[in-house]
Design a protein around this ligand. Structure first.
Ligand code: MG
Length: 501
């Protein structure tokens, strides 16, 4: 292993950081467990454990001696770029935790741990009123966080920065402005051409759970699933957690029909997992063993899910195995499979949305979060507002809150400012595709052979290896030679979905 950390002070910092790393390791495991195996009544004790661990992390990070050590290291000349990156991340962590009063950290951790379970039941019972007091609390604590963290133009910017360093609502607004009209036009044309927009019979096909599990595992293995460093479990909301450099865990869900949902959750989360499994090994036990941002992370999951997984080549390559294991595929061709994977139709549920309509779901959430954090809109008015905005964007209106405002887990986790990173990631994934095509011209032929060595190496060298060393904007500039640009995404959609391109 390359020795990247050499400075004496940096080595001392890393020695002490092991405690913080261990707390994070434990919190990751607890978080994973509460989504997968914890019995429901364990929630109260779990919420105390998690909030106390978070407080402990804050205590270690903002310990006077530790901060002095970091300050001294900041003054060192001759630091190498890894050490500079490490200190940048540490300084950012310390800044955030110093600005947030311990009471606020504890309260947020506690309320969100409880809210997760309340939300789950509220969604099942279609009961927004049950979740409302928690959501009010979460929005008001988030606003408090924003005030403590500070911002230039809008309190929402302080929250955005927690997930996507340096991102502002002005920039998010510009991105949406540049794609909104194009997406509407593409959607209208896809609908009038009719190839991708028809309801597909495979959407209604029920699958056998065991057969589906076998298919998911087989696909994950083709992508590079390695049992020694990787697990797949089941949860209501699919996610990935990185326990460390060599332990990534993903989940999927089984709803019994419309199998693309469970399959593409696996492929999506695989993309997240691979990112963490390909960091520089020297980053072990350090805060650099992390993604550059959530947007960059999402670019990786979206890349595997959409660019690779929803391609014609991938559909054809996995078709024989799927046909053999999913009986209902007997009367469908590889091309049918491809069309089914890429059905474009305005729907209510974000996680099931296609590539063309997906970003409208994010736009609605982004607009609602911004005005609610700002106090312009009350939480009690959110369900109706949600329904109207979705209807305006997509022409479909939720009939109940479980298919409207209650559908996502994020707010219950206190993740406000998180959604825009999905759009950032989606846009970046198409941009990455364009750059890979330059370096790996036979990219699509390789997909036909389920040969991903070259593309994984490309992603590793340009993105994964660097972990959290650079802020997202800098990483993108360094690795792609340009800033994020929504034009690639629009170009990709037109090429894929419109006949005359
Ligand atoms: Mg994701």
């Amino acid at each position: 292993m390359e020795k990247v950390f050499q400075n004496r002070l940096v080595l001392e910092i890393l020695e002490r950081y092991k405690v913080i790393w261990s707390i994070e390791h434990a919190m990751a495991l607890l978080g994973w467990d509460s989504e997968t195996y914890m019995p429901e009544d364990g929630v109260e004790e779990r919420s105390v454990a998690v909030s106390q661990l978070d407080l402990l992390k804050q205590k270690f990070l903002t310990d006077e001696n530790f901060m002095k050590l970091v300050d001294r290291a900041n003054e060192e000349k001759d630091l190498n770029e890894y050490e500079v990156g490490l200190l940048r991340v540490l300084n950012r962590m310390i800044r955030i935790y110093r600005l947030l009063p311990p009471r606020l950290v504890e309260e947020l951790a506690k309320v969100t741990e409880e809210a997760k379970v309340v939300w789950r039941n509220a969604k099942i019972n279609n009961n927004f009123q049950a979740f409302k007091p928690y959501l009010e609390k979460i929005f008001s604590l988030s606003r408090e966080c924003a005030e403590h963290l500070g911002y230039r133009e809008h309190p929402y910017d302080a929250l955005l920065d927690l997930y996507e360093e340096g991102l502002t609502s002005r920039e998010v607004g510009q991105i949406f402005d540049s794609i909104k009209g194009e997406l509407k036009t593409i959607l209208e044309r896809v609908q009038s051409e009719g190839v991708f927009s028809k309801k597909h019979p495979l959407e209604e096909m029920e699958y056998d759970m065991e057969a589906m599990k076998k298919v998911n595992l087989w696909v994950a293995e083709r992508l590079g699933y390695d049992r020694r460093r990787f697990r797949i479990d089941v949860s209501a909301h699919p996610f990935t957690v990185h326990m460390g450099l060599r332990d990534a865990r993903i989940t999927t869900r089984y709803e019994g029909k419309d199998f693309k949902s469970t399959l593409f959750s696996v492929i999506h989360e695989y993309g997240h997992a691979l990112y963490g499994l390909q960091h520089n090994e020297s980053f072990i036990f350090t805060p650099l063993a992390d993604g550059a941002s959530l947007g960059v992370h999402e670019s990786q999951s979206r890349f595997w899910e959409n660019i690779v997984g929803r391609s014609m080549q991938f559909s054809s390559a996995i078709y024989p195995f799927l046909r053999e294991n999913l009986n209902f595929l007997k009367n469908f061709s590889a091309e049918d499979l491809y069309v089914y994977f890429n059905v474009v139709r305005p729907t209510l549920i974000r996680v099931d949305a296609d590539e063309v309509t997906y970003n409208f779901h994010i736009l609605v959430r982004y607009n609602l979060e911004k005005v609610t954090v700002n106090g312009e809109v009350k939480v009690e008015d959110l369900p109706t507002l949600w329904n109207s905005m979705i209807e305006e964007a997509l022409g479909v209106r939720p009939k109940k809150d479980s298919e409207g405002i209650l559908q996502d887990i994020h707010w219950s986790l206190g993740s406000i400012g998180y959604f825009p990173t999905y759009t950032i990631g989606t846009i970046l994934s198409a941009q990455i595709r364009r750059h890979i095509l330059k370096d790996v011209p036979d990219f699509y032929e390789r997909i036909s052979k389920l040969d991903f060595g070259e593309v994984k190496a490309w992603l590793k060298n340009r993105i994964h290896y660097w972990g959290a060393m650079y802020p997202p904007k800098e990483l993108i500039k360094r690795m792609l030679g340009e800033e994020i640009s929504p034009a690639y995404f629009i170009e990709y959609l037109k090429e894929k979905y419109l006949s005359d391109r």
